[in-house]
Design a protein around this ligand. Structure first.
Ligand code: ADP
Length: 321
């Protein structure tokens, strides 16, 4: 049984570089780099490379990209329970980047939308025995909700990364969350559209005590706001019954590590995978797990790609993380 179970998306990234974006109706010559991705998959790869025993649960189509996903997990020795959806394509993202680093992206979620509750139920024992479950909102909502419910009723700590932020987030989902890990824009959306709490659009510019108050309005035990090159902000809500982390400082910031960032795509995924791995390494010291995640995420920004950019346990140790 794995310590960390990640339920989430696999997406085949198809990345093109071209000097100038084509105009409608125009074709342009560029270069091409395929790679495995998807928020859930990236987070599982990060966690696994950091030495935590990890199981990825996701869905792919019966096609060449699905076969590629299977080859990649085999190559990484990452345990994966992949549901094959015969009538759906494996998810794919068309990413076009121009010479100014701007991008145009279309993602087709394909099989991820068909990850079934039956598949989740068939892995009930794995989720129930895990120390930590990590989810996002890029896969079927019913399957994600079921996984969170199983975790909750079996004392498996739940991490929800509310990304990519969308209307499918529900109160039911929020009520199953122990640790919520939004970036600034995801937090604003979630507060306004899911929790009907009005917070300023520049809430993160407020003093730390006020940011803590905003986080407490989410009514989950712990909120970890990721703040890009400013690191992260941690808030433990004392009003949530049985919050195991309230004995720590109620709120604090951790600065980003000092690196020459060249590609920040997937930094949030590295952070979440790193946090799950950190929580298994330092089960009684959440702040230490956060420092670990912050280092993992910072190191991921020094490499291109997403899943393939995730650092190893050795890389993090070398950096002193
Ligand atoms: P997302 O990718 O979800 O938008 P963020 O941009 O907030 O997430 O980044 C996630 C984490 O990655 C940050 O909390 C931080 O730890 C790390 N990070 C992001 N950008 C940098 C950077 N330029 N230098 C160092 N660390 C970074």
């Amino acid at each position: 049984m794995a310590d960390v179970v990640v339920v989430g998306s696999f997406v085949q990234d198809l990345a093109f570089k071209t000097s100038v974006f084509p105009a409608p109706g125009e074709s342009r010559i560029g270069t091409f780099q395929p790679g495995p991705g998807g928020k859930g998959f990236n987070q599982a790869v990060a966690c696994h490379r950091l030495g935590a025993s990890t199981l990825f649960i996701g869905a792919v189509g019966d096609d060449v990209f699905g076969a590629g996903a299977k080859d990649f997990v085999d190559g990484e020795n990452l345990p994966a329970a992949l549901q094959t959806c015969p009538d759906q394509p494996t998810a794919a993202a068309s990413i076009v980047v121009n010479q100014d680093g701007q991008n145009l992206i279309v993602v087709a979620l394909g099989a991820n939308d068909y990850l079934s509750t039956e598949h989740i139920d068939s892995l009930h024992a794995e989720i129930a025995a895990a120390r930590c479950l990590v989810c996002q909102v890029e896969s079927s909502l019913s399957a994600t909700t079921r996984a969170l419910e199983i975790a909750r009723s079996n004392d498996t700590t739940t991490i929800l990364n509310p990304a990519p932020i969308n209307d499918s987030l529900t109160m039911a989902l929020m009520q199953s969350v122990d640790v919520l890990t939004p970036n600034e824009t995801e937090f604003i959306f979630l507060m306004k559209h899911v929790l009907q709490q009005d917070i300023p659009n520049d809430f993160w510019l407020a003093d730390d005590a006020s940011i803590h108050d905003y986080c407490c309005q989410a009514n989950v035990a712990t909120v970890v706001l990721t703040l890009g090159d400013k690191g992260c902000f941690v808030s433990h809500n004392p009003a949530v019954n049985g919050n195991p982390r309230v004995r720590e400082r109620p709120f604090y910031r951790i600065a980003a590590i000092d690196v020459a960032a060249t590609d920040t795509t997937g930094a949030g995924d590295a952070f979440n995978g790193g946090l799950a791995a950190g929580m298994t390494k330092y089960p009684d010291d959440f702040a230490r797990a956060i420092r670990f995640a912050n280092t993992v995420a910072g190191l991921s920004t020094t490499r291109p790609g997403t899943a393939t950019a995730m650092p190893s346990e050795q890389d993090v140790t070398k950096f002193g993380g």
